[in-house]
Design a protein around this ligand. Structure first.
Ligand SMILES: CC(C)(COP(=O)(O)OP(=O)(O)OC[C@H]1O[C@@H](n2cnc3c(N)ncnc32)[C@H](O)[C@@H]1OP(=O)(O)O)[C@@H](O)C(=O)NCCC(=O)NCCS
Length: 288
């Protein structure tokens, strides 16, 4: 039987049942399998993929919508992969074009690697900022901020959702409400009974990823990270908006090292909504 041309293979919606195929695809490109992250995104977002007639996936990506369901405020594209054996044959371009068309007038965002950047630029995405990925064992210095943090409880959820919406600039309820199950730790910072920030640490391969990280100021962000670090033996990984220079230098003084820079891109809007001064790290670069 002859193999149909790649351009003729249908693009379909992925479901949580595609988890293993998605992780296989990550691995095929030399990336970690990241099954825990894929499972969140396939459940909370919309996956798109192309089946390989020879088995597995040719390509996949996930879009997470935020805001009202019928008319989202923002869509975040992530986990864009094309199997190595089909690379550089226009599949990535076709899949992203399809997603952009499906999203209609919804503004889009993504974090681009150096491999994806030329493709997204060609499709009209613009670079609006950068995030620096840092990783390492956090070494406390003994003189950490005095901001009070504690584990979040069910009673905090309403306040966390309100703060998140204000800072992120769109309603992420369907994702944030999954954090207590998805994360190993979810902590809030509090002052005079008011929540001034929150952060989660979730398991990814041999790391704990810190994100989202939302805080009133850098001191609050530091306190949240230090308290998350105090409750894990694993290295921390996080993607900090490079405008938060003070937090980045503080993290590097405490043992985290730079591993990558990703470009933050948007389509249909010139800037991300919300308040970047209080938004330190995304949940994951794959979901905004
Ligand atoms: C990025 C990726 C999805 C592109 O998929 P692809 O199907 O190979 O890309 P396409 O054939 O559609 O190429 C579209 C354009 O992207 C650019 N591009 C793709 N791969 C590239 C590479 N290795 N180096 C430089 N430019 C590249 C080119 O401009 C290309 O156009 P051209 O072939 O006409 O010159 C794929 O390389 C991949 O899975 N990479 C690993 C994971 C990753 O980095 N994902 C991006 C996350 S943002």
């Amino acid at each position: 039987m002859s193999t149909p041309s790649l351009a003729a293979l249908p693009i379909r919606r992925l479901t949580p049942r595609d988890l293993t195929a998605c992780a296989d695809l990550s691995e095929d490109r030399g990336w970690p399998r990241e099954e825990h992250k894929w499972s969140l995104l396939l459940a909370a977002g919309t996956g798109y993929g192309i089946d390989d007639p020879d088995g597995g996936l040719v390509s996949a990506c996930v879009v997470t919508d935020y805001g009202p369901r019928e008319r989202p405020d923002l869509g975040a594209i992530g986990m864009v992969f094309v199997a190595e054996r089909h690379a550089r044959r226009g599949v990535g371009r076709r899949l992203i074009r399809h997603v952009v068309a499906e999203m209609g007038t919804t503004p889009l965002t993504l974090h681009a690697t150096q491999y994806g950047l030329p493709l997204y630029e060609e499709l009209g995405f613009k670079v609006t900022g950068h995030a620096e990925m840092v990783r390492g064992h956090f070494v406390p210095s003994g003189s950490e901020p005095r901001v009070i943090t504690r584990p979040a409880t069910a009673e905090d959820l309403t306040a966390v959702l309100r703060l998140d919406k204000e800072v992120f600039g769109a309603d992420r309820t369907h994702v944030i409400t999954r954090l207590p199950a998805f994360s190993d730790q979810l902590r809030v910072a509090e002052e005079n009974g008011r929540i001034t920030g929150y952060a989660s640490a979730w398991p990814n391969m041999d790391n704990h990823v810190v994100g989202p990280l939302i805080a009133r100021d850098t001191e609050t962000a530091k306190a949240l990270i230090a308290s998350l670090a105090a409750h894990t033996d694993q290295p921390l990984r996080t993607d900090i908006d490079v405008r938060h220079e003070k937090l980045l230098s503080w993290l590097k003084e405490r043992g985290l090292a730079s591993i990558a820079f990703n470009a933050v891109m948007t389509y249909g809007i010139s800037e991300l909504p919300g308040d970047w001064t209080r938004r330190f790290a995304p949940l994951t670069v794959a979901a905004g």
